[in-house]
Design a protein around this ligand. Structure first.
Ligand code: GCB
Length: 708
């Protein structure tokens, strides 16, 4: 949720947190009420199984209602202002990355308010006290040696000076934008001491147009200050609670802890790139592309939003991978037809997967000062997605998800974006023969999504709706925020061909009464935002009790047989898993994905016969799951995603030995025995389920024994 800046100095009282919760600007309650009333009035009451026609098409029956709901949500004010195109350089756009060392200070004062009381944003941070060097992007928690900073809850302050090219600060025809890839969790931004933006939510980008500020004086540099608060409340996503411990015999005065209801460490800070970029003052603000196929012809429907002028011309060109123009059009919206189309196929499903065209958009406008041009190039993959009663179809062919769940997590940098780590992870995915992952349990960096497009790794794109457990987290305030987060997520990721399904949440208490309305509304909203993709949430509730399942397109179930239940008893897995699948399928007749399963394993622990935590136990457990998956994938199971790709950090607890160890790779990305087992399985699955028999073979690593 981004709030536009007023441009003037900010009321210093406003952001001060109740100790130590983040500032919660008064929730726009009327807006929420209007939205919810509007949804009710729309009578958009999806029924069980009704989102899919018998013929498998996604757009029948109530789906029409989802589309009709779009304008309703728009008029309710829930649609987001402006686009969030990834900043790319072009003949009309420049970019300046601000990664590197920033000045940093955590506000350890009792109420965490000192920074606001003393207005640390007014002058360079070093003038108000000592600062630390802090790398960006990175979580701040693990880079130092300070135990208190590692577990700090409250406001931290980041600052850095940026020197601007002269033209940026002197040319009134240039628009200068500050973009923050992700600041976890609540962020307030000042430039040269002037408040320019606020944003709630730690996993999605936000921006501020700072042209006026940088062009208003003789300065060729600007000072960027951020205050970031990692406090989670029942209404944040993910939710959490602050609990004050008041027993004076046990705790010092003012003692509190942050409780969370999810299983990963609440890393915080500037997790993704921060940058400045320019556009002309009349500019391409957003592009939406949806694709289809008619026999050999690819269809690309585009819609372009322009800001800054109402008088402009738009030309669009679609270029193939050789740079040849294969279709062109004019105007803000239209359809391009691509004869002999190269479809975007997932990795291992085709001999030439992940084919990307380039959509070049050229804007020209006649302004008082003369003609203005803006250029933006968007990668476009042409593919279709559909769901039937038993299948998940990509380009009309059954697709079987064989992949992983991930986390953004690594030593030292925590959740900080890191290119070497990212490339290593993609190399491991390809080594493994994985064709998919879920962004458990929050949106990942945009650069991750771009690599998925390029490598053909299919994505279930998940919101930060993890740990929705408490009844308060189903309130209208929470729902309203969740709707806005889905808006931000769809706005950011809608054009990625790799994204084939939205997941609005992970393992909520979907058996609680308010969950029915909550998920009905949330899924309706997501479908209204994007009618082209199926929507799900991931459940671990009982099939009879789950009140959200009627509204999803695909049932995604997590289970931990012989780990959290009947632990040590692998012999019960087959019976329990098969029964669970049958129950879900009988109830909903929707395809099922085994969205999590796994076992905690300390690399290097060996026990035969297998005991829990040993590498042998992890392998044995997976093998039992695979026996059932192999039966049911012939019927209605359309995927399996292991929990987890790699070990990752969690809160400290007696159940976690320095983090969650269910990775098939260690946190340092070294394989456990299960990685080799899965590799064998995934390549075999690729050979069986890829639709071009040469696909897996040609993609296979030279010495792999699994090629045909
Ligand atoms: C789950 C959660 C995941 C946990 C995992 C576990 O069901 O979705 O976030 O990390 O179980 O290992 O307990």
């Amino acid at each position: 949720m981004a709030r536009a800046a007023s441009g003037g100095a900010r009321d210093p009282a406003a952001p001060a947190p109740p100790r130590p919760a983040p500032p919660r600007p008064a929730p726009p309650a009327r807006l929420g009420a209007r939205l919810l009333a509007g949804l009710r009035a729309a009578g958009c009451e999806p029924r069980a199984g009704a989102t899919r026609g018998r013929d498998g098409s996604m757009s029948r029956g109530p789906a029409g209602a989802w589309v009709a709901l779009g304008p309703l949500l728009w008029t309710c004010g829930l649609a987001l202002e402006g686009g969030m195109l990834y900043p790319r350089e072009s003949p009309s756009r420049e970019r300046k990355d601000l990664d590197g060392l920033w000045s940093f200070r955590a506000d350890f004062s009792d109420g965490r308010r000192q920074g606001f009381e003393q207005q640390w944003y007014r002058a360079p941070l070093r003038e108000s006290g000592p600062t630390l060097d802090m790398p960006v992007p990175s979580s701040f928690n693990d880079v130092g040696q300070d135990r208190q900073l590692r577990s700090f809850v409250g406001w931290v302050w980041y600052e850095r000076e940026a020197t601007l090219p002269r033209r940026w600060s002197q040319d009134p025809g240039t628009r200068v934008v500050l973009r923050i890839g992700s600041a976890h969790y609540y962020a307030i931004v000042w430039v040269n001491g002037v408040h320019v933006a606020e944003h709630e939510g730690g996993h999605l980008p936000f921006e501020a147009d700072i042209s006026k500020l940088v062009q208003s004086g003789p300065l060729s540099s600007c000072r960027i200050t951020l205050a970031i608060n990692n406090t989670l409340t029942p209404h944040t996503l993910p939710p959490g609670t602050i609990v004050y411990k008041t027993d004076a015999s046990k705790y010092p005065k003012g003692y509190f802890v942050q409780n969370t209801y999810f299983d990963f460490f609440n890393y915080a800070g500037l997790h993704r790139p921060v940058l400045l970029y320019t556009t002309p003052t009349t500019y391409i603000d957003d592009i939406t592309v949806t694709t289809g196929v008619d026999q050999d012809t690819g269809l690309v429907d585009y819609q372009i939003f322009v800001q800054g002028s109402e008088h402009f011309q738009l030309e669009v060109y679609l270029l193939d991978e050789e740079g040849k123009v294969v279709a062109q059009g004019t105007g803000s919206q239209g359809r391009l037809q691509v004869p002999n189309v190269h479809l975007w196929w997932p990795y291992l499903m085709h001999e030439h997967p992940a084919y990307l065209y380039s959509l070049e958009v050229r804007l020209t406008a006649q302004m008082a000062a003369g003609p203005v041009s803006d250029f933006y190039t968007l990668p476009v993959g042409i593919r279709t997605v559909a769901v039937t009663e038993r299948q998940f179809l990509i380009n009309g062919k059954p697709f079987y998800f064989h992949g992983v769940n991930k986390h953004e997590d690594a030593d030292i940098r925590g959740k900080g974006f890191d290119w070497p780590l990212l490339v290593k992870d993609f190399n491991l995915l390809r080594w493994l023969g994985a064709n998919a992952f879920r962004t458990s349990h929050y949106p990942y960096a945009e650069e991750v999504m771009q690599l998925c497009d390029r490598y053909g790794i299919v994505v279930i794109d998940e919101s930060p709706g993890v740990g929705i457990m408490l009844v308060q987290s189903y309130s209208n305030v929470s729902l309203q925020h969740h709707l806005e987060v889905m808006g931000e997520l769809v706005r950011r990721d809608k054009n990625h061909p790799s994204v084939v399904m939205w997941s609005v949440a992970n393992e909520p208490t979907s058996f609680l009464k308010p969950a029915a309305y909550y998920f009905k509304t949330l899924i309706a909203h997501t479908k209204a935002l994007d009618p082209s993709r199926p929507v799900t949430f991931v459940t671990n509730s009982n099939y009879e009790a789950d009140l959200g399942a009627p509204y999803v397109d695909v049932i995604c179930v997590n289970s931990y047989y012989s780990w959290y239940h009947d632990y040590g008893h692998m012999e019960v897995i087959q019976l329990q898993l098969a029964t669970e699948f049958e129950n879900w399928y009988r109830t909903y007749q929707k395809p099922i994905i085994q969205s999590e399963y796994g076992a905690e394993t300390i690399a290097g622990f060996h026990q035969d016969p297998p005991l829990m935590f040993s590498e042998e136990y992890q392998k044995g457990l997976l093998e039992q799951y695979h026996l059932v998956l192999d039966q049911k994938r012939k019927e209605y199971v359309v995927g399996e995603l292991i929990w987890n790709f790699a070990d990752f950090m969690t809160d400290q607890s007696p159940q976690r030995a320095v983090g969650n160890r269910k990775g098939i790779f260690t946190r340092q990305r070294q394989p456990k025995a299960a990685a080799f087992l899965l590799r064998e399985r995934y390549w075999k699955l690729a050979n069986e389920t890829g639709h071009h028999r040469s696909a897996a073979k040609s993609q296979c690593l030279e010495n792999s024994p699994f090629a045909l």
